[in-house]
Design a protein around this ligand. Structure first.
Ligand SMILES: C[S@@+](CC[C@H](N)C(=O)[O-])C[C@H]1O[C@@H](n2cnc3c(N)ncnc32)[C@H](O)[C@@H]1O
Length: 387
């Protein structure tokens, strides 16, 4: 893309910020995972025309994941385009080479108006099914303390694909670990620092399951499904198959639903309205980063209020620095662990009317590609090297 526009001072500074943002994204997210996005991130950072496209969109929409998803969405219906040849998820087989960035740039130029519309209106919408590994580990921990059935609520549930976590098969370190072996969804995860044997047992009976999201994804809407798929990265053919399997499974059952609600204001009310007296497992994965400090405090207050009526276990997969602001009673979060925000902590907070018992269960890659189980209750994970 070769747009040359006279940059106003504020615009030039914002362009610089975007260059840094894309380079950071390429180095921290793309490197080692997606040669296509790693190369394109660098390419966008060095292309004034592509930066101009982003500068013309609302500020909060200027995100690498959003630009890449918008392009990916268009490619899904243009599988014979030159750019799609670089995307294995669209049947492409071409390795990254010097033509990738100019091809991407030309594609964006050609579809400028469509991209501008998508970038202006759409929000980041992902549902990372591998995070069910964190959920399974958390539920396992809850089950050891509170045997018996539980109700299950996910806050920030997106399309609600994690709600059927106990319908999936799990494969830890390549070994089939649990499940029927017949599920259309197989969740895989590498285990670091120990073996995966015995980590996942049989999940408890789930009495009811409910998702809450500010902007739930309606899986009966084909457009919404396509947008969810657009967040799958070019090389992630396995992830795309898993996502489609989970979507089909979710669409085939009425056991789980996602309602519109805000975790910071509606949690206590919605949990209070659930029938029964069994404990409720509340799962959050990648929710806290959407909340301001104040909103995080409001969310914790909601959990506290809900736990006055029935036991509530908060199972989380979240960034350490954000968890450190939620008054969890975990000594390790007062040390250097709280600065390892490129990783996620998996843990559980078991809450009653006037107490909570908090425990970190492991450290993981944010997408749960790998998981390092805690070696003891006070583990601060210094032994887990940076990726
Ligand atoms: C990154 S997605 C994670 C989805 C899912 N938990 C997963 O791990 O696959 C975060 C979700 O949180 C939702 N969200 C953000 N703020 C929220 C809030 N205050 N209350 C409820 N949902 C919220 C977003 O709409 C989005 O669907």
């Amino acid at each position: 893309m070769t747009g040359t526009r006279h940059e106003r001072p504020g615009r030039a500074a914002e362009a610089e910020r975007l260059r840094r943002l894309f380079r950071f994204f390429g180095a921290t997210q793309g490197a080692g995972r997606s040669p296509v996005y790693e190369t394109l991130s660098e390419g966008v950072a060095g292309d004034d025309g592509l930066l101009a496209l982003l500068l013309d969109t609302p500020e909060e929409q200027r995100r690498p994941s959003l630009l890449f998803a918008a392009v990916n969405l268009l490619l899904a219906s243009r599988r014979d385009s030159e750019l799609a040849a670089y995307y294995p998820i669209h049947g492409g087989r071409r390795a990254v080479d010097d033509h990738l960035v100019p091809t991407f740039s030309a594609f964006c130029d050609r579809h400028h108006d469509e991209l501008a519309r998508l970038l202006a209106r759409r929000s980041t919408q992902t549902n990372e099914i591998r995070r069910c590994v964190a959920l399974r580990l958390g539920v396992e921990h809850v089950h050891r303390h509170w045997p018996g059935p539980v109700a299950f609520v996910e806050l920030g549930a997106s399309a609600g694909l994690n709600l059927l976590f106990d319908h999936y098969d799990y494969r830890l370190d390549g070994e089939a670990t649990t499940g029927t072996g017949a599920s259309p969804v197989v969740v895989s995860c590498e285990v670091r620092g120990s073996s995966g044997a015995g980590l996942l047992g049989t999940p408890p009976r789930i009495t009811r399951r409910l998702g809450i999201d500010r902007h739930p994804i309606d899986l009966s809407d084909l457009d919404a499904r396509a947008w969810l798929e657009a967040f799958i990265w070019p090389e992630q053919t396995g992830e795309l198959a898993t996502l489609r399997g989970a979507i089909d499974l979710a669409a085939s059952t009425s056991a789980a639903s996602v309602v519109t609600g805000d975790a910071t204001t509606d949690t206590a009310r919605i949990l209070g309205e659930l029938p029964g007296r069994e404990p409720v497992v509340v799962f959050t994965a990648s929710l806290l980063s959407y909340l301001t400090t104040q909103a995080r405090a409001a969310f914790v207050a909601q959990l506290h209020e809900a736990a006055r009526l029935r036991p509530v276990a908060w199972v989380f997969a979240e960034a350490p620095g954000l968890l450190a602001t939620t008054a969890l009673d975990v000594a390790a979060l007062r040390g250097p662990l709280a600065r390892r925000n490129s990783l996620y902590l998996v843990g559980a907070s078991l809450r009653g009317a006037d107490h909570h018992h908090d425990r970190l269960l492991g450290l993981a890659d944010p997408y749960l590609r790998w998981f390092a189980p805690a070696r003891d209750p006070a583990d601060d994970f210094r032994w887990v090297p940076a990726d």
